[in-house]
Design a protein around this ligand. Structure first.
Ligand code: COA
Ligand code: AMP
Length: 633
């Protein structure tokens, strides 16, 4: 079937299309209702079906003769360890870990927070929760204790699973003290914490609350799969919105399993037995979908990599892993390839490895700039696919579906809408934009299986953040256009979310932190272009009257405050003191104009501006500090 036929079918007859895709996975009870609406009037897929996601990822394959196939390969250049888990072994670990959770009182519907580095126990923890119908909430290890605390308070977990430390290239990051701090800040108190002790730096266990993971596991009994309804949540994953409070994206079991299974073939062209490698982190949606769930549901081998694209030990790391395990598809953020390109511009290290098994390189998480696209194609000789998606959708909204039909590539475009996603470009008043006209990238409802049905505990936030702006549509928060061939070009966020090294961050949240400094009267944080990380945050600071503080000293203090409050991954490194911030007459900071200045773009002086001289003045200051991007002018 051609892409066009597949896509048309998915939008003309969504129920028939997804019923057929759903029949490809193994249900405990096949769904009779394909699409319905829940009590909140939100579309739900397969509502009366029953299944278990861990069953699909493990037991199903063992029952169907894949028990001795590698399920997960752990490769850790930062510790020098490698370990392969067959499907039999992973099933055994997961069912005993589920038993360990049962012993701690965890059951269906309970939340479990997972705060871990890239070690196999993180995947085992997720799958163990899924086995019980418990809801996991994984928190990325680079987040500071206060961020973890916010998530604990929102998800209200019964138990927290963690590890004593993570390793960043050659630095040990002690997780346990951060976990202790988070638990002490949080209002909600979990009943227990379980710590995987790593030899690089074991943590101090508090009597009566912390448990040693390995000791509990030694006596835990394996448990079977708890059937859940398709609409029951599998996990909650927090992501940055425009305010300081992260949003808990809810993923259901049934729609997710169907989307994961379908996408592995349609988008990535992966069959059972193939080796797939998403070089991300389980703390992000890519890690949930394509390190853990989709490859296992499809019966593939997944690579679990604890390392970086560079310095562990060099810029050949990706090629070494791809060659060693005969990886068929790699998926990583463009930043990773920009880092490799910076260290090995001629691609010399690529030549040292046999990449004959590698079929396609996939990139997502941020805009794939044409130079990075072209470098990767030229140096590897492999097709590169840019695909666009979000934590909210859980899988790609647009891409080049190589498992259906490989379409010609247009650099800068994430190709065409994925079947099931009715992508529309809308103008300010919600009317369809013309071909090649930029607007809000929206998805006509219903969205396909796998997409969020709500924000955890806050249906109103789901409605106001995504559904209310244009009735009948989900608004993605990205701007872009469709060209005359139906190719989608994503041009960046239209809100205050930025992407730093493929990590999604809220400038509003950084502003809250920066504004708390005693010298700061007001501030605006915007994203500016960065050659390596795509974007980096820049703080524009207005000092309080009468404050005379050394600007370098202030910058250092603000950098430390953001690091402590959000985490090192925020990469907040620059703060510029200005004498006034451009505002509308009603007092709103003109962030869009500031972004345009930083991007070296033409900017108009809005008629609503209070002080027309403020924009050129900031432009001058930013130019002097070398903060205006020449590339985008
Ligand atoms: N735990 C603790 N700290 C972490 C962390 C983790 N899991 N991940 C990152 N950090 C820290 C880093 O050590 C760094 O700290 P520093 O400021 O003290 O040096 C900081 O957070 C910023 O990290 P990062 O943005 O990753 O920069 P880097 O310079 O360490 O590495 C790259 C640069 C390009 C190698 C790296 O960003 C990368 O691999 N990017 C790919 C991104 C990706 O996979 N995204 C997932 C979406 S698909
Ligand atoms: P996250 O939820 O962390 O996956 O971030 C989602 C956001 O990352 C999207 O809303 C986009 O702004 C950006 N993004 C992801 N993939 C792409 C892509 N292929 N091209 C452009 N932007 C992307």
């Amino acid at each position: 079937m051609s892409y066009k036929q597949e896509y048309s079918k998915s939008v003309e007859d969504p129920q028939g299309f997804w019923q057929e895709k759903a029949s490809a996975i193994s249900w405990f009870k096949e769904p009779q209702t394909i699409l319905s609406q829940d009590d909140n009037d939100i579309h739900r897929w397969f509502a009366d079906g029953e299944l278990n996601t861990a069953y699909l990822a493990l037991d199903y394959h063992v029952e169907n003769g894949r028990g001795e196939q590698a399920a997960l390969i752990y490769d850790s250049p930062v510790t020098g360890n490698k370990k392969t888990y067959t499907y039999n072994e992973l099933l055994d670990e997961v069912s005993r870990t589920a038993g360990m959770l049962v012993d701690l009182g965890v059951g269906k519907g309970d939340r479990v927070v997972v705060y871990m580095p890239m070690i196999p126990q993180a995947a085992i923890a997720m799958l163990a929760c899924a086995r019980l119908g418990a809801i996991h909430s994984v928190v990325f290890g680079g987040f500071a204790p206060s961020e973890l605390a916010m998530r604990i308070d929102d998800a209200e977990p019964k138990v927290i699973l963690s590890a004593s430390c993570g390793i960043e290239v050659n630095r040990v990051i002690n997780y346990k003290p951060m976990l202790d701090e988070a638990i002490s800040i949080a209002t909600h108190k979990p009943s227990a914490s379980v710590v995987w002790q790593r030899e690089q730096s074991p943590g101090l266990l508090n009597d009566g609350f912390d448990h040693d993971w390995a000791s509990l596991l030694a006596t835990a009994k394996p448990v079977g799969c708890t059937p859940v309804n398709a609409a029951d949540p599998l996990y909650v994953l927090y992501t940055s919105g425009t305010t300081g409070k992260p949003k808990g994206v809810v993923r259901d079991n049934g729609g997710h399993a169907v989307a994961m299974h379908y996408s592995m073939k349609a988008i990535y062209n992966m069959d059972a037995g193939d080796v797939f490698w998403a070089a991300s982190d389980v703390g992000w949606v890519v890690g949930h979908s394509y390190i853990v769930y989709a490859p296992l549901i499809r019966g593939c081998t997944t690579i679990f990599y604890e390392g970086k694209p560079v310095f562990t030990p060099d810029a050949g790391a990706f090629w070494r892993v791809a060659a060693e395990y005969k990886v068929k598809a790699i998926f990583a953020a463009p930043t990773a390839f920009r880092a490799i390109k910076k260290e090995d511009p001629e691609g010399e290290l690529i030549k040292a490895y046999d990449l004959s098994a590698l079929e396609t390189i996939f990139m997502a998480g941020e805009r794939l700039d044409p130079p990075t696209y072209e470098w990767t194609v030229e140096k590897t000789g492999k097709p590169v696919v840019d695909h666009w998606w979000q934590t909210e959708t859980g899988w790609a909204i647009a891409g080049n579906m190589v498992g259906i039909e490989r379409l010609p590539v247009k650099p800068g475009s994430s190709t065409v809408p994925v079947p099931g996603f009715n992508v529309q470009i809308l103008n300010e008043s919600g009317e369809p934009a013309a071909v090649n006209e930029q607007g809000f990238v929206a998805l006509k409802l219903p969205m396909p299986p796998g997409c969020l049905p709500t924000v955890w505990g806050d249906i109103n936030r789901f409605r106001s953040g995504y559904l209310d702006q244009f009735p009948g549509y989900y608004v993605s928060g990205d701007g872009g256009y469709l060209d005359e061939d139906g190719y989608l070009f994503i041009m960046g966020r239209v809100d205050d979310v930025i992407n730093v090294a493929g990590h999604r961050l809220s400038t509003g949240e950084m502003e809250e932190v920066v504004a708390a400094h005693s010298a700061v009267a007001e501030c605006a944080v915007i994203g500016i272009n960065d050659d390596l990380k795509g974007q980096q945050p820049l703080g524009l600071i207005l000092l309080k009257n009468g404050v005379d503080m050394d600007h370098d000293q202030l910058e250092q203090e603000l950098v430390q405050m953001v690091r402590d409050a959000i985490g090192p991954l925020a990469c907040f490194k620059r703060a510029l003191v200005v004498s006034r911030l451009p505002k509308t007459r009603s007092g709103k900071i003109l962030r869009r104009s500031l972004r345009q200045i930083a991007a070296g773009q033409e900017y108009g002086i809005p008629s609503t501006i209070d002080d027309p001289a403020s924009l050129p003045e900031i432009e001058g200051l930013m130019a002097e500090a070398g903060l205006i991007s020449a590339a985008a002018s």
